[in-house]
Design a binder for this molecule. Structure first.
Ligand code: F0G
Length: 459
């Protein structure tokens, strides 16, 4: 049988409020055309992010009830530690409240008091990039060229460009305190990285004695793609594949708000004793004692259960099929998307959707606003609003390499009819594409501007 169904049934429901188009126009204006500033209760289908927005299972809620809230050495911590060790095999498991807390600690210990450093990755996610740049360090993206061409079909579009990485390391290795890879490659479309590529990336980092950390928020989705697409992995379990992926690295930074299937949580894991000692010292300073890291004991239990549940192949099949299904229907209607669809989201090519809007007038943000107006759907721009830079000499904007709108799917939250509704809204919006204009910025913060930016539509 080909059909993939939601591998769960619903035990508790959450009301969603219906709004009219007129109300939404008003909400959007009040939010300065920035959907991060709209109240969530005024959103019908929230595809802003797959981060921390999932539904926990009955087993996770049961684990919440038995959480141990001891300040030090709680039972919940050991449950969590054992689970993470079973999946990653890393020696030191350090809980943090979310992914960027793990990143902040990692970068602070490897970059402190060093200037002019560089950290390569396939593509850094925005918080990772910001945490690196905060230390006057360059965040370098070296994804394969196919990874930047939305319509180019490739089974592992998240792969590192190994030739470029080698060249880069040959030239810069003295200034590279850490090497990374992100699985799946969120900023490039949620695209997977092959096992072969992880292995070769590790070999290059090792050649220059550079510690290798995986940004592993969506490790289970990546493992599922390897199982589906890479020779030799079809018969392996997701756990076996995950264990092999981690075996090539020296550590990882995890936002458990994604494949940890929880609403809050994360961790940093590593083998190096000295690095772990420094990480724990910083953790105590800002997050909490190393056996809770800014979380409640019950959160650690929920994470431990979620990390087991995410390894279920039926779940991953349904998860990946959801994005595929939306992608197929949009392509049939003529909407350009990143192909093939990735694990956690569908990425619409906004530059192709609105060819009349130049990058400096933010075609992605225009589409985000239209989807909200037309159907109460909230997506996020991943283009020049998020990643555009200012040319220091001319003051002009240097656009991002792609103008995308990401519709990211909360885990186990929406049913197929929610997706059908979203698909219809996008197709209707596509039919009306010719009359839409771009936007301009009226206020912005010095970094991560997309979260708080104020904009107005151009006449
Ligand atoms: N790395 C990647 C690849 C991510 O996608 C994210 C978060 C983080 C690190 C940071 O984790 O949010 O727990 O601090 N991505 C979310 C998103 C926010 O919407 O894609 P965090």
């Amino acid at each position: 049988m080909k059909t993939s169904i939601e591998p769960f049934k619903i035990k508790m429901v959450e009301h969603i409020k219906q709004t009219t188009r007129e109300e939404r126009l008003e909400y959007l204006k009040e939010a300065h055309y920035n959907v991060f500033l709209i109240r969530a209760e005024n959103i019908l289908i929230d595809f802003l992010t797959d981060s921390g927005t999932g539904a926990m299972s009955d087993q996770q809620w049961a684990a919440i009830m038995t959480g141990d809230e001891a300040y030090a050495g709680s039972k919940s911590f050991f449950h969590f530690e054992e689970t993470v060790q079973q999946i990653t095999s890393f020696k030191h498991i350090i809980p943090t409240h979310q992914g960027r807390a793990a990143e902040r600690i990692l970068f602070e210990i490897v970059l402190k008091n060093k200037k002019g450093q560089k950290i390569p990755n396939n593509t850094h996610f925005d918080t990772t990039r910001a945490n690196i740049e905060y230390h006057d360090t360059e965040a370098v993206d070296l994804v394969i060229p196919e990874g930047k061409i939305p319509e180019c079909d490739h089974p592992f579009k998240g792969n590192m460009d190994l030739g470029k990485l080698e060249e880069f390391l040959d030239k810069n290795h003295k200034h590279v305190p850490l090497g990374m890879i992100t699985i799946t490659n969120n900023s490039g479309g949620g695209q997977p990285v092959s096992m072969e590529n992880i292995k070769e990336t590790a070999r290059l980092y090792r050649k220059y004695k550079i510690p290798f950390f995986i940004d592993c928020c969506r490790f289970a989705e990546n493992a599922y793609f390897i199982k589906q697409r890479e020779k030799g992995y079809g018969e392996k379990t997701i756990l076996e594949i995950a264990r092999e992926m981690f075996s090539y690295a020296d550590g990882c930074a995890m936002s458990a708000k994604k494949d940890g299937m929880v609403n809050i949580g994360g961790f940093l894991a590593m083998n190096d004793d000295n690095l772990a000692m420094h990480a724990r010292n910083l953790l105590i300073l800002t997050e909490g004692f190393p056996s809770y890291g800014g979380l409640a004991g019950r959160d650690l239990d929920a994470m431990a259960v979620g990390l087991q549940e995410v390894l279920d192949e039926n779940y991953l099949r349904y998860r990946v099929r959801t994005a595929e299904y939306m992608g197929e229907r949009l392509l049939d209607a003529g909407v350009s998307i990143i192909r093939p669809t990735g694990g956690h989201a569908v990425y619409i090519d906004a530059a192709a959707f609105y060819p009349q809007i130049p990058a400096h007038q933010f075609p992605g943000q225009a589409l985000v606003c239209e989807l909200y107006k037309n159907g109460g759907i909230r997506g996020v721009e991943i283009g020049s609003l998020m990643f555009g830079k200012t040319d220091k000499i001319t003051g002009d904007m240097i656009p991002a390499s792609m103008e995308l709108v990401r519709l990211a799917f909360p885990r186990r939250v929406y049913t197929q009819s929610h997706f059908d509704y979203a698909i219809e809204t996008i197709i209707e919006t596509f039919k009306e594409r010719e009359k839409v204009r771009g936007l301009k910025i009226t206020w912005e913060a010095p970094f991560l501007r997309h979260f708080s930016v104020h904009m107005v539509p151009l006449e």
